[in-house]
Design a protein around this ligand. Structure first.
Ligand SMILES: Nc1ncnc2c1ncn2[C@@H]1O[C@H](COP(=O)(O)OP(=O)(O)OP(=O)(O)O)[C@@H](O)[C@H]1O
Ligand SMILES: [Mg+2]
Length: 201
């Protein structure tokens, strides 16, 4: 990957966020997946459970793994801080955060994750994040993303986050269909590689 890209995927459960994420990462050579909810869709990836092993993996030329802390705390944002700080030091890497609201709310974002969003271009950290509900996502993630797409949304509170022109279309999207609600689809084409996916609007 030449330039760093931030891409956000939103949408109700079961509509295809993780499926699309997995297709995208299969094109890449240097990535880690942060998977706080231990989704079985990442079971085929090599799992790492502690930061020492992660640090060793990140200095390899190529790496593809999923980081899964078995610890569940009420404050995952603080618990994952050292990992996000570490990512700041890794050049040319794709970091996938599945269910990013584990680490943020509209009013709070883990400081190290915030640094990756706001200043990660220094090292070249690309970020592919996903979240079910727009109302759970911090503004820094939205504003720094080259492109944000959404699968179906039906709750009025989530829909109210979007430009009125998109609301009806988002409410009626079928399974696997999505629209671009922020930024430009073409901005993430280098991240997509050969993945065949295209927005419905
Ligand atoms: N484009 C697609 N083609 C075929 N199957 C798909 C596609 N998109 C999603 N699926 C299947 O639908 C199911 C749900 O998709 P996925 O796990 O990606 O949803 P999700 O949006 O990540 O949901 P959650 O928020 O619960 O994690 C999975 O079994 C997945 O394999
Ligand atoms: Mg998912």
């Amino acid at each position: 990957m030449k330039q760093r890209i931030i891409f956000g995927i939103m949408g109700m459960t079961g509509y295809g966020k993780t499926y699309l994420t997995r297709k995208i990462i299969s094109q890449h050579k240097r990535y880690l997946v942060i998977d706080p909810k231990l989704d079985d869709h990442y079971d085929s990836l090599f799992p790492l459970y502690n930061l020492k092993d992660v640090a060793n993996a990140l200095i390899q030329k190529e790496f593809q793994f999923v980081y899964r802390s078995e610890k569940f705390t009420s404050n995952m944002a603080t618990f994952y801080e050292p990992l996000f700080r570490m990512m700041y030091l890794v050049p040319d890497v794709l970091m996938v955060v599945d269910e990013i609201p584990f680490f943020m709310s509209p009013h709070y974002i883990s400081p190290a994750l915030q640094a990756l969003f706001l200043r990660g271009s220094k090292t070249g950290v690309s970020i592919l994040w996903n979240a079910q509900r727009p109302v759970h996502v911090h503004g820094d993630a939205l504003s720094q993303s080259e492109c944000v797409i959404s699968f179906r949304q039906t709750h009025w509170n989530d829909l109210s986050r979007f430009d009125p022109q998109y609301r009806n279309r988002l409410r009626t999207l079928e399974w696997k269909k999505f629209g671009v609600i922020e930024g430009e689809w073409h901005a993430i084409l280098p991240l997509l590689g050969k993945v065949k996916a295209s927005p419905d609007f």
